[in-house]
Design a binder for this molecule. Structure first.
Ligand code: BG6
Ligand code: MG
Length: 221
């Protein structure tokens, strides 16, 4: 059998493996509304994949508000407290359909698995989902300086796996994340809607449609 063209799959967490993207949405919406800012699902697409302070900056800019650094830290902390309350009850049943099967299929095919999430809560969420041991490596907010759409987190994951970027396939639900994967020189699998994730190489609606063989066909070259 021909060797798969990729050597690793690098997964985003929020919105790909579990629906924490919705909890981030709820927590940001409440904060934005408390500041008198309009917040809807369309605007939220711009926040997906962007780190906590970066997301707050986007909300404040859209609302035309200015805050001191101290006020910003307090607002970000308030959002995070709300988010942590929402995720406190998460358990393995909160994995999205197909997520565990996709991770296992990648490993069974002899490829490495990595997590690339800019969330400071990523390790805690992995623990609650019970999937920490399914990853060869985890890169989170602690391991990078620049949030998606900067390619740093995907390049760091490839480097830790001792692989070239073109040997890796990235999986993302956010516009910023797909941009980061493409800037890193990797194949980008989008999770969501093709009309939103226009820069992805292939888009599927969820990991329940994940089929490693399909991306073999779509591999460059
Ligand atoms: C990303 C989410 O994974 O993590 C963003 O897509 C979120 O919505 C970001 O803002 C940072 O998360 P946290 O948990 O560090 O606030
Ligand atoms: Mg995401």
């Amino acid at each position: 059998m021909r060797r798969h063209p990729y050597r690793a799959v690098i997964f985003d967490l929020d919105g790909v493996l579990t629906d924490t993207a919705h909890y981030h949405y709820l927590a940001w919406k409440q904060l934005a509304n408390s500041l008198g800012c309009h917040f809807d699902a369309t605007f939220n697409e711009q926040l997906k994949g962007v780190d906590r302070m970066g997301s707050l900056e986007l909300i404040l800019a859209a609302a035309g508000k200015s805050c001191s650094e101290q006020e910003k830290l307090a607002l970000a902390e308030q959002k995070n407290r709300h988010y942590q309350q929402l995720i406190a009850v998460m358990q393995p049943a909160d994995l999205l359909p197909g997520a565990a099967d996709a991770l296992q299929a990648v490993r069974a095919a002899g490829l490495k698995t990595a997590l690339a999430s800019v969330s400071k809560n990523a390790s805690a969420v992995l623990q609650m989902l019970g999937i920490t041991s399914l990853f060869d490596i985890v890169v989170d907010a602690a391991g990078i300086r620049n949030s998606k759409p900067d390619p740093e987190i995907f390049l760091a994951a490839a480097a830790q796996l001792q692989l070239a970027p073109q040997d890796c396939l990235g999986v993302e639900d956010s516009i910023a994340g797909i941009r980061a994967i493409k800037s890193a020189g990797m194949f980008a699998l989008g999770i969501g809607k093709a009309i939103i994730l226009t820069e992805a190489d292939v888009v599927i609606s969820g990991l329940d449609h994940f089929n490693l063989h399909d991306y073999w066909q779509a591999a460059p070259g």
